[in-house]
Design a protein around this ligand. Structure first.
Ligand code: GRF
Length: 208
């Protein structure tokens, strides 16, 4: 059974979806052993506690400098040594030290079709505002490995939806969450737990 840590900062609906997917065996060989939140008020913490999952808060405001925050997060991760780290709405940058120590074991979900509308400053509702402003006709979400460059790690899964003329940033956000994110993230976690994800020269393939 693979040990999974989920890192969150807010609502945690993707976390909830992963919890449910472990319970109903959409994720077959994985167990969420730890939820780390960068925000002590995150609703995601209540979701985890309700399921008796260990929670730890590591918030940037607890530390004087970014380096101390990075060290604290690193130490918690080393203590629990997860096989997989899922960034599900985690708003803090992951340090190089963590990335190197958990190479190809950290995945992120981003609510656009990378390489569109991603990178520094592209998070939350902004992503959807940018997509609508640019007038794209499809958007979606991407699950990718985390490397040292923001949103540039190998892409594992993507799924698109059509944008309707009356979509607003928040309707688009909801549509992508419900129809794309809740679909592709558990699928990828399941593949990971079954050792089906292979990376060759930054290109991911899924073994059958
Ligand atoms: C999701 O849209 C995810 O793609 C992004 O942050 C949001 C988190 O939502 N990285 P939730 O906290 O899982 O509800």
């Amino acid at each position: 059974m693979k040990k999974i840590a989920v890192l969150v900062s807010g609502n945690g609906s993707n976390l909830q979806n992963l919890i449910d997917a472990c319970k109903n065996k959409t994720i077959k060989n994985g167990k969420i052993i730890l939820v780390i939140s960068s925000n002590e008020k995150a609703f995601a913490l209540s979701r985890a506690k309700k399921e008796n999952i260990k929670t730890v808060v590591v918030s940037r405001s607890q530390f004087n400098c970014a380096n101390d925050f990075d060290e604290a997060l690193f130490n918690v991760l080393i203590q629990y040594s997860p096989d997989l780290i899922v960034l599900a709405g985690f708003t803090q940058l992951i340090s190089k030290k963590i990335i190197n120590s958990f190479k190809n074991k950290i995945i992120n979900i981003h609510p656009s079709l990378i390489p569109s509308f991603c990178g520094k400053g592209c998070f939350g509702i902004n992503v959807h505002k940018m997509a609508l402003k640019r007038g794209v006709k499809v958007s979606g979400a991407t699950v990718h490995f985390v490397n040292e460059n923001f949103d540039e790690g190998p892409i594992i899964a993507q799924k698109a939806i059509e944008i309707e003329p009356d979509d607003t940033p928040s309707s688009l956000q909801q549509k992508i969450l419900q129809n794309v994110e809740y679909n592709i993230l558990p699928k990828v976690v399941n593949w990971f737990c079954l050792n089906r994800i292979k990376i060759k020269e930054n290109i991911v393939s899924i073994e059958v």
